[in-house]
Design a protein around this ligand. Structure first.
Ligand code: SF4
Length: 471
């Protein structure tokens, strides 16, 4: 307990400070709640503070926002859902101005929409090409914060359960409004938001001490024993990029996450997933196996296109064409495997909204038949997607056969023909034909079509790590 906040302060001091900041202005509060120990303590303290106020003193709303990446570990997801339910029930009963909100990435920006839909290679174990954290974790909460700013036409204060374990806990005194301003930092990316790191000075021991109090019941009636179980089961697994910069105590990248996504390919070994399996959650084994397989196919040449999504190409140091996205066949394979384990586990791993988003991406980029996804789904799940009956092929079999024959006869890559058809279909309703001409012009001058001549001149040789840019 060397640096404990409680060496020089009592819990009431912290509650007083939180109350003071709450009453200092009209700006709504937004708490990032991940279900981890730090954000639980933070939410617990704010809840206690609100409960101790007289009803007419509870002047501003407190939004408790939880982010679900849609690839959460099933045990964490269940726990979070339970806690959010309890929280909203209790807040209603206690008549607190609390709004409980779970945010998720938009269906076409999720992990699966990007990997299976667009073919994004999975993030690398060395942390490069980590496109996931922003899309899955940062953007959904950011969108919600901006919505509040917009709707309530005000600045907001974001409360984060970040901590720095300082060598000497600074004794806090509340001396006036001036100090309240100093307790807030400007938000790194949202101009009209401030950050109040209310528990920044608590040590890890302090946090556990608070969680253990009151027979391990938190302020909204949740059982903190479940957090202890999750932490001991998970063996310390967390999003590898969680953390915060000591300078301003704001989170970097993965925000408030204490547990990583079950499919995280950035870590070699997913400690949390394996930890849960070791403690008896054998139902998670298919997820661990799938993750391993997904990592194993990342750099297999047959599974990757040899051009980027925008049609540009690059060469590795070995003078070979560098990798682009997963091929369409590989994406279908990933989806097929994912659905198989979804069926095996009777647990939703990919939502219908995501499937619809992927279906749309494939329709616009790859699928002349327009039935690949719905048929694949039916093959694996033995049930039809709700929009299955609406899917009609773009052309009949005869026309497709003719297209193939012409492509061969005139030595035109079939893929180019397909993309030109998709582009024409997308632009056909615009009265200004320049749009379509420009789009087609771009397609016929794509770099990959000229790859042979570029190879001859050995131009454009770049470092192998370029694979992921502009995907
Ligand atoms: S846990 Fe892994 S997959 Fe999930 S956002 Fe963080 S780095 Fe990306």
């Amino acid at each position: 307990m060397t640096n404990s906040y409680f060496n020089e302060n009592k819990l009431e001091d912290l509650l007083d400070e939180i109350k003071f900041v709450y009453q200092s202005d009209e700006r709504p509060w937004i708490i990032g709640y991940s279900g981890g120990k730090d954000s639980t303590v933070l939410t617990h303290l704010v809840y206690l503070m609100l409960k101790n106020l007289k009803p007419d003193e509870r002047k501003k709303s407190v939004h408790i926002v939880s982010s679900d990446t849609l690839v959460e570990n099933p045990l964490i997801k269940q726990y979070l859902d339970d806690m959010l339910y309890l929280l909203s029930e209790a807040a209603e009963k206690d008549k607190l101005p609390v709004v409980v909100k779970k945010v998720t990435p938009a269906p076409d920006t999720t992990f699966w929409a990007n990997v299976i839909g667009r073919g994004f290679p999975t993030p690398r174990t060395n942390g490069t090409f980590r496109w996931c954290t922003d899309r899955l974790k940062i953007a959904p909460s950011g969108t919600y914060i901006n919505e509040i700013i917009e709707k309530e036409k005000t600045e907001v204060v974001v409360l984060l359960g970040v901590r720095k374990e300082e060598s000497i806990a600074r004794k806090r005194r509340i001396e006036g409004r001036e100090l309240a301003d100093r307790l807030l930092n400007r938000h790194e990316t949202i101009k009209q938001a401030y950050v109040y790191p209310a528990i920044v000075e608590l040590t890890t021991d302090d946090v556990w001490k608070i969680l253990m109090e009151n027979s391990m019941k938190n302020a909204w009636g949740g059982d903190n024993r479940r957090i202890v179980e999750l932490y001991s089961g998970a063996d310390g697994g967390e999003c590898p990029f969680a953390g915060f910069s000591s300078k301003d105590a704001q989170p970097q990248t993965c925000g408030q996450s204490r547990f990583g996504c079950w499919v995280c390919t950035v870590v070699k070994e997913d400690k949390s997933l394996n930890g849960f399996i070791k403690t008896g959650h054998r139902e998670l084994i298919p997820l661990a196996e799938f993750r391993k397989w997904l990592m194993s196919i990342r750099d297999v040449p047959e599974k990757r296109e040899k051009k980027r999504r925008d049609g540009t190409v690059y060469w590795t140091n070995n003078n070979e064409l560098g990798f682009g996205p997963f091929t369409w066949e590989a994406r279908q394979e990933i989806l097929e495997r994912l659905l198989s384990i979804q069926k095996q586990m009777s647990y939703e791993l990919i939502t219908e909204d995501e499937l619809r988003a992927i279906d749309e991406i494939w329709d616009n980029e790859k699928d002349l038949s327009r039935r690949t996804l719905v048929d694949l789904y039916y093959r694996v799940m033995e049930t039809r997607l709700p929009w299955d009956h609406l899917k009609r092929p773009m052309f009949d079999d005869d026309t497709v056969a003719k297209l193939q024959a012409y492509a061969k006869q005139y030595n035109v890559p079939l893929e180019l023909l397909h993309t030109m058809i998709f582009s024409t279909s997308k632009n056909k309703y615009f009265s200004n034909t320049k749009r379509l001409r420009d789009a087609l012009g771009k397609l016929v001058t794509q770099q990959w079509l000229q790859e042979a001549s570029l190879c001859d001149t050995e131009e454009g040789i770049v470092d192998g790590d370029q694979e992921d840019s502009n995907l």
